[in-house]
Design a protein around this ligand. Sequence first.
Ligand code: PMV
Length: 309
Amino acid sequence: MRDRAPAKIILFGEHAVVYGQPAIAVPFRALGVTVDTLVGEPGSGLLIRAHDTGVELRIIADTETFGDALSYAADLVITALGVPVPDVILDVNSTIPIASGLGSGAAVTTAIMRALSSAVRKPLADEPLNELVYEVEKMYHGTPSGIDNTVIVYERPIYFVRDKPPQSFHVGAPLTLIVADSGVSGSTREAVGDVRTLVETASTATMPTIERIGALVGEARKAIEAGDLTAIGSLMTENHKLLCELTVSLPILDTLVAAAAANGALGAKLSGGGRGGNVIALVASRQAERLAAALQAAGATRTWQTTVS
Ligand code: PMV
C-alpha cells in the first residue's frame, strides 16, 4: 500500500500569517513524500525507515516516547486512533528538499499518519488529520501558523487565516511558476524567531510591514480570482520587498528575484520561511524555459516548473 503527501508553495503572506494576517498557499505536486507500508513479523512493532535521511526507528509499544518528529507523529496518530502499535514497516521516501520552505516536515508527517491510519484500517478525515499534523509542526517550528499542514493535508489552493478553517478560491487564469532553489538551507524556526524579536523590539516599524503584507494578500486573492497575471506578479515582487524588511531574505534570494525580473518574469519573491530555500517567479508559459535557464545562470542550484489552476 502506498500513501502520499505533496510539497507546498506559499504564494503570498508568509511570516505575517503568524500574526493573524491572511496568506495564500498551493500544493506543489512535482515534489512529495511517499510511504510504502509492508506487513512486519508479529510482535515486531512499527519500523519507520526514512530513506533520504538514513533514519531508522523501531517503536514496539505506544508508551515509548522518542524526542524526534517521526516517532512523535506515529505515537500521536496511534493514540488518537486508540489502537495498539501495528506490526508494519513504513518505507518513507521524499523528493522535497529539507529546510527549503517547501513543507518537507509537514509532508512527511502527513504521509506517515495516512499510512498508519490505512494500516490499521481507520482512515482519518482531513480535519482531524490536519490537527494531528499541526501538533508535530509545533515540535519542528515552535509557533507555526498552521498553513503548511493545512495546504498539504487538504491539497488544494487555500486562503488561510490562523485558527480559522481554510477558504478555497477560484484561480481565474492558470499561473505558471518557476520554483528556483537557492541551494541554501534556511531554518524557519530561526527566521520566525528573528521576526518575533523585531516585533517585540521595533514594533512601530515592524507591525505596519506585517499589516501591509496582510492587505497585499487580500489584493492578491482578488487578482488571482480575476486572472490578472500582471497584478499578481507585481504583488509578488512587493511581497518580497516587505519580506526583506522583515530581514528574512538573503543576497542570493534577492539576486534570483532580480534575475527573474530581468528575464521575463511578471514578478518574483522568496517563498516560505526564507534565509535560504526557494524563490518563486510568475511567468507567461511560453517564456518559462528561458526564465528557468536564466535563474540557473544566476545561481539557482535547480528549478522546477509548475502550474497553479
Ligand atoms: O515551513 P516554511 O519554511 O514554508 O515556513 C512556513 C511559513 C511561515 O509563515 C514562515 C511560518 C508559519 O508558521 O506560518
